[in-house]
Design a protein around this ligand. Sequence first.
Ligand SMILES: *[C@@H]1O[C@H](CO)[C@@H](O)[C@H](O)[C@H]1NC(C)=O
Ligand SMILES: *[C@@H]1O[C@H](CO)[C@@H](O)[C@H](O)[C@H]1NC(C)=O
Ligand SMILES: *[C@@H]1O[C@H](CO)[C@@H](O)[C@H](O)[C@H]1NC(C)=O
Ligand SMILES: *[C@@H]1O[C@H](CO)[C@@H](O)[C@H](O)[C@H]1NC(C)=O
Ligand SMILES: *[C@@H]1O[C@H](CO)[C@@H](O)[C@H](O)[C@H]1NC(C)=O
Ligand SMILES: *[C@@H]1O[C@H](CO)[C@@H](O)[C@H](O)[C@H]1NC(C)=O
Length: 486
Amino acid sequence: MWLWPVPGTAWLLGLMLLGCGLARQGGSVLNCPPKCVCASNIISCSKISLGTIPTKLPRFTAVLDLSHNNLTRLRADWTPVRLAHLHSLMLNHNALAFISTEAFCHVPHLRYLDLSSNSIKALEEYLFSQLQELEVLLLYNNQIAQMDRSAFDDMASLQKLYLSQNQISRFPVELVKDKAKLPELALLDLSSNKIKGLPVAALKSLPAWIKNGLYLHSNPLSCDCGLYELFTHWHRRQLSSVVDFREELVCSLPQAKRSISVLSLNSQDALNCSEFKEHMLEAYLGDTVTINCDAKVRGATREWVTPTNKRIPKEAANSTITVLGNGSLQIRPIQVEDMGTYTCYAASQAFNETLYVEVTVHNFTQHGPHDSLNTAYTTLVGCILSVILVLIYLYLTPCRCWCCGHGKQAIQQEDSIHSSMLSTTPNHDPELAGCKESLNRHVASGATQGQNGWAQPWVMDLHANGTTLLPGATARYVAPILLSHQ
Ligand SMILES: *[C@@H]1O[C@H](CO)[C@@H](O)[C@H](O)[C@H]1NC(C)=O
Ligand SMILES: *[C@@H]1O[C@H](CO)[C@@H](O)[C@H](O)[C@H]1NC(C)=O
Ligand SMILES: *[C@@H]1O[C@H](CO)[C@@H](O)[C@H](O)[C@H]1NC(C)=O
Ligand SMILES: *[C@@H]1O[C@H](CO)[C@@H](O)[C@H](O)[C@H]1NC(C)=O
Ligand SMILES: *[C@@H]1O[C@H](CO)[C@@H](O)[C@H](O)[C@H]1NC(C)=O
Ligand SMILES: *[C@@H]1O[C@H](CO)[C@@H](O)[C@H](O)[C@H]1NC(C)=O
């Protein structure tokens, strides 16, 4: 074993068995392709100047190493048999320039695919879509300049995607933003490409566990203060993508034509960006506030502590402060006393993290300090207006009715019961309908009083319960109705 300086423990067992295979006559094990070395389900055909892939591969192959050869094409029929057990395929260090969109039809359970150090120039649409169990995809050190937006569609298990050292000029925002696309993706390496601009707003809104694995260093980024703010925040959060590659995270200044560290853009001889301040949560009195515990590790368990160092219970129904099922903190409704720094302890097997969120609460509601006064004022105006409206209605309409109502009083009295005070829509036909309706209304009161409404405008009948109210009381009832219709 000391003869084989191989990385990865998975190989050790294989290589021990391999030793046996070699002892048994230079790799001519049954099922083993010529010149390859085989160890049970591991087939190694590395560094044998292969120009084509051996066709007679055993069906039980789990690991296939074809690295360091002279392969130029990966066709749909590269394996005529379905390799249902294959989980690792190494094709790195070849001359692959063509990969058929059907190349992976026969290897549906692949979990690890190494295509690094080849000559791939473009990724066609749905190229990897058959690989629904693939977890790691290595594509670094190729010449990829074009990536179809659908190249990585349906890769439900992909966790790590290495695209560094290519010719990519557009940040493939769809890979991280559309969570349905690559739901498990936690590492996306786009370093050493040709990316000049980043969608800063979209990147800001990503959860920390994605940002932690989003490598963007060694790109010809153009400097601006948005970039400074973005990466300063990542640095303060101690995200690996920035902390580990601080020096390589550079951008070019438009005039000076020189590269400068993104994290130093606040200096006077650079862009003079304003000093970065960590975002504070601002809330208004009575708001419902939800604070996410944006942990660096996915699926961490979260515990929250109040500014006064009290542990916050989970899903406490009758508490104003509670931790929701997804680990977020909710304060409902927030009071001025809730102001302060909240602490979230995110714990996982790999990493423990403490996050602080500073919450300030304004001593007024969101609509301004005079909000309650405003409401009262609006209500008052509404009341007065409705009183005026009602009075206009009463004083003006009976006149017309009275004028045209000569000789029609018999009919009018019949319908009077069905009249409604609640109707605020004026009538459009003054001659007929308007006349009839307003007549009905007033005759209604007239019916109870035995008089025309014109003669006694102050008394009105709310026919719903038949009570007679004084004008002041009526206004109190009408006003809210009018307001609610606004
Ligand atoms: C690799 O293939 C190319 C063209 O197919 C050929 O010119 C070259 O000699 C091959 N190299 C080796 C090492 O076989
Ligand atoms: C940067 O800002 C400071 C203070 O605002 C100012 O004094 C200085 O002149 C600015 N430098 C440049 C290069 O704009
Ligand atoms: C919920 O309310 C009950 C009764 O008011 C109280 O005894 C209990 O401690 C409260 N629970 C929490 C979590 O505040
Ligand atoms: C947790 O749930 C709350 C309410 O359903 C939601 O507002 C919040 O965004 C969620 N947090 C995360 C991190 O998804
Ligand atoms: C995280 O904290 C928990 C308890 O708070 C501890 O058991 C665990 O070992 C810690 N993990 C790490 C990686 O420090
Ligand atoms: C809110 O502000 C007013 C004055 O603007 C003050 O009288 C009141 O005590 C404050 N309320 C709280 C809870 O701080």
